[in-house]
Design a protein around this ligand. Structure first.
Ligand code: GLP
Length: 244
């Protein structure tokens, strides 16, 4: 779905998420959301906070699993995705802190594999992700599934691509400060979600958006695997649609 402006696309995504939260509440079931970070979903989170404040949209029934986190990373650090999620969403809505899951960047190396397996199990135990929200990196990554991430990859520790680290350099005040690794849900984890919403805004995303939507399905562009997902939608602005 192509929108003139990112704000319109963000509002449409937020409305879709709000409708799902309300439907699940009506059914007496929790709503399990997969959440993303980066600048792209900020407009969605702003709209959801507004809906909470102005329309009484409640997050009491919502369980969240975030896609990824830098490794290593302490939760209070400026660039941490824990901090990002609290600043942009969790601190402003009535979500139960016990229902928030974000990959833990504080673990020692030897505990990471086991932790990733338990992250997958926790998703399963909630009945799977109802709706997974995604942005796209310039390498075509979803979460931090860099080129080479296979269709069946699961939550794991990965090495960040050079382009991704360069794109994050301003957040970390220099290339060399960007962590070399991250914990991310896998492509397989993401594709297991019942519904996927991926967003891309601005001309800087136009080339990779076209590759993801119309290009070959390949592990060189993790987002291209979404072509095979039975319920995935791209929400993009006109600038990101330029090469379609
Ligand atoms: C990071 C995140 C991704 C995000 C990407 C794009 O790499 N881990 O989940 O999609 O950045 O970021 P932005 O939305 O700021 O362009």
């Amino acid at each position: 779905r192509v929108f003139r402006h990112a704000t319109q696309a963000s509002l449409a995504v937020a409305q879709q998420i709000a409708a799902l939260i309300r439907t699940r509440e009506g059914e007496g079931r929790p709503c399990v959301l997969g959440l993303a970070t980066g600048s792209t979903p900020v407009g969605v989170y702003n709209a959801l906070v507004r809906m909470h404040q102005e329309e009484g949209l409640s997050f009491r029934n919502v369980i969240t699993f975030n896609l990824d986190e830098y490794y290593p990373m302490q939760p209070h650090e400026l660039q941490s995705y824990v901090r990002f999620m609290h600043e942009h969403l969790f601190d402003h809505v009535d979500i139960d802190p016990a229902n928030i899951h974000i990959p833990d960047g504080t673990l020692v190396d030897t505990d990471v594999d086991d932790y990733c397996r338990r992250y997958e199990q926790a998703i399963q135990q909630c009945g799977g992700i109802d709706l997974q929200l995604l942005g796209i990196g310039r390498t075509g990554h979803i979460g931090f599934n860099e080129p080479g991430s296979g269709r069946n990859s699961r939550t794991r520790l990965i090495t960040l691509d050079r382009i991704t680290r360069r794109d994050a350099a301003s957040d970390f005040f220099g290339d060399d400060n960007v962590p070399r690794r991250a914990i991310t849900m896998g492509v397989g984890t993401i594709l297991d979600a019942h519904q996927v919403v991926i967003m891309a805004f601005g001309e800087g995303k136009a080339r990779i958006t076209a590759e993801a939507i119309e290009g070959e399905i390949t592990s060189s562009v993790a987002a291209s695997f979404l072509q095979k997902h039975p319920n995935s939608q791209f929400f993009i602005d006109e600038a990101a649609a330029e090469h379609l």
